[in-house]
Design a protein around this ligand. Structure first.
Ligand code: BG6
Ligand code: MG
Length: 215
C-alpha cells in the first residue's frame, strides 16, 4: 500500500544543474582548478562540501585550510544564489505541476528529500513554498546521499514507514540512498538511463501510472 511520495528537488522537480555548473565553474576558475561538465555530473545529489572535495581532487596548489574551504564553498553558494534569483514559476514545468496535483488529488502525501540547503529558497522561487506536506533537506541532515538520512527524515516527518513511500530521484547517489533506507525508487534522467531504479521513467508524467500499480 503506497501512502506517500518523497521527491528529490534538483533534477526532479526543477532543473538547477546549469546554475550549479556555472557557480562551481566561477569558483574553480578563481582558484585555478580544472572543472568541466563531466566533473559537474558527479556532483548530482552530493552535498556542497562533498562536491567541493570532489572538485579539489584536481587541485595541485598550496594546501587549503578548513576555513579556506568554507570560503570557497561560500563563494560558490553566493554565485549560485544570484543565479537562483532568476528562477520563477516559469521554471516549474506544466508537466511537473499537473503530475504533482494529480498525485495529491489521489490522496497521497507529498514530501521533498533533497541534499540542498537552498531547498526552501528554490521552492519559494518556483511557487511551491507551502505545497509539500514535509520538507527534509540539507538543513536537517548530517550525512549526505548516498546515506539514507534525508529520506528517512522525510518519512518520519510524514509519519510513514519507508515501505509505504516511493522515492523519486535523478541521481545514482540518491537511488542508493533510497534503497539503503528501504524505499522503492522511481527514476528520471541519468539514473533512469542507467536503469538504477525499481521504476525507470522517460517522463515525470509516468508517475501516476506507476503509483496505481503500487496502491
Ligand atoms: C543537490 C544537488 O540537490 O544539492 C547537488 O544535486 C548539490 O548538486 C546539493 O551540491 C547541495 O546543494 P546546496 O544548494 O546546499 O549547495
Ligand atoms: Mg537530483
Amino acid at each position: 500500500m503506497l501512502k506517500a511520495i518523497i521527491f528529490d528537488l534538483d533534477g526532479v522537480i526543477c532543473s538547477t544543474d546549469e546554475y550549479h555548473y556555472l557557480a562551481w565553474k566561477k569558483m574553480a576558475d578563481a582558484l585555478g582548478v580544472p572543472f568541466d561538465r563531466e566533473i559537474n555530473n558527479r556532483l548530482r545529489g552530493v552535498s556542497r562540501m562533498d562536491s567541493l572535495n570532489i572538485i579539489l581532487e584536481k587541485y595541485t596548489g598550496e594546501p587549503l585550510s578548513g576555513e579556506r574551504k568554507q570560503q570557497l564553498a561560500a563563494m560558490k553558494n553566493d554565485a549560485y544564489r544570484a543565479l537562483l534569483a532568476n528562477m520563477g514559476p516559469k521554471d516549474l514545468t506544466p508537466e511537473v505541476r499537473a503530475t504533482l496535483d494529480a498525485l495529491r488529488a489521489s490522496g497521497l502525501k507529498l514530501a521533498i528529500g533533497s541534499s540542498s540547503k537552498n531547498t526552501p529558497y528554490i521552492l519559494e522561487r518556483i511557487g511551491l513554498k507551502d505545497y509539500f506536506d514535509a520538507l527534509s533537506d540539507g538543513n536537517n541532515i548530517t550525512r549526505s546521499k548516498p546515506d539514507p538520512e534525508v529520506f528517512l527524515k522525510a518519512a518520519e516527518y510524514l509519519g510513514e514507514e519507508p515501505e509505504v513511500c516511493l522515492v523519486v530521484e535523478d541521481a545514482i547517489s540518491g537511488v542508493q540512498a533510497g534503497h539503503a533506507g528501504g524505499f522503492r525508487v522511481a527514476c528520471v534522467g541519468d539514473a533512469a538511463k542507467a536503469k538504477a531504479g525499481d521504476f525507470n521513467m522517460s517522463a515525470f508524467s509516468e508517475l501516476p501510472e506507476i503509483v496505481k500499480g503500487l496502491r
